[in-house]
Ligand binder design. Sequence first.
Ligand code: UD1
Length: 376
Amino acid sequence: MKSQKIMHIVGARPNFMKVAPIMREMRKYPDRFTQILVHTGQHYDESMSEVFFSDLDLPKPDINLGVGSGTHAYQTAQIMLRFESVLLENRPDWVVVVGDVNSTIACALVCSKLGIRVAHVEAGLRSFDRTMPEEINRILTDQISDVLFTTEESANENLLREGIPKEKIYFVGNVMIDTLVHLLPKTDNRLILKELGLLKSDGQAETRSYMLVTMHRPSNVDNSETLKEIIGTLIELSKHMPVIFPVHPRTRGQIADMDLQTSTSLIFLDPLGYLDFLTLMRHAKLVLTDSGGIQEETTYLGVPCLTVRPNTERPVTISKGTNRLVENDSRQIIEAVKDTMDNLSKGSMRRSIPELWDGRASQRIVEILANLAIGE
Ligand code: UD1
């Protein structure tokens, strides 16, 4: 059997943890797969990109397109232009794209024009909110992918409804959870809890109650009034327990212009690497976020998650997991936090791990790609 040339695409922070387990799994079969890693450079800061390569044991990218920031059209177009020559030169059998960022749609689109097959990992998720750039990226990438790997039942239903043939869809589970399962043991002895003063006392592993926050969606941070209200809410909450907030560059830009009241228990940090963030998430009393992946990771960890969005493309995190949606309104957030703390003290939090979120999604993906090669 001919060895398959697989090209993996990473671009933005949430891509790295999805590609790492697939590449690790493929490395077990060097006679079957040759792998090429392309980084589009959509995210480029040390804290948004570099640190993930060491934390996740990802190989250095073979090719870096170095696109950097810009408007959506500029970023997407630059990736397409630069990726086209890479594809023509390398002619892979498959290009694997993950998630829903601009790099995902840009690379998939170039492949479809050149007749190179695309596998989309984390296909079919829908928020049904077309004002989100990610929703457009998801819908379009799925339409032009040759194989679609899904993480939850809702995704299978969405794809079928949009006319994707059943034969192209494979329900494999969640590669992000593969990474979490693989790396959780490495969070046992991280220094971050001690450094942030979150241990009950020196030398003891028990942590204080604290809340972990991430916020970067345009709908929450681009409008300064909305962001001000969220920050004001965090200051209020930090009177009751430490609030740890690693700040995304998009949000940092907005906060820099604000005249902030200082509060000793609202702790702003630079974006963290994977292992430090996972350590903080694992021990948090609750997480307040607008991220996609964090809704899934908290569900797996059994940590309550309040998602500051009107919708989610990951409904299984609500129906089975620990996630709850909350409006970006101070009163609602504070009430939801209180509710969650009450439920925690009553021990009435539900917890169930969604089907196939078992750390073996990458194994299934690699088996499927290997079998498709046999069929040729
Ligand atoms: C992107 C993804 C989003 C994902 C998020 C996670 C799209 C459409 N959006 O949003 O789905 O949840 O990443 O992080 O692809 N910046 C830096 N340093 C960096 C990266 C970005 O300073 O390393 C700045 C950019 O200059 C820009 C802002 O952060 O001003 C936003 O970056 P951008 O790539 O446009 O999108 P994200 O908001 O990060």
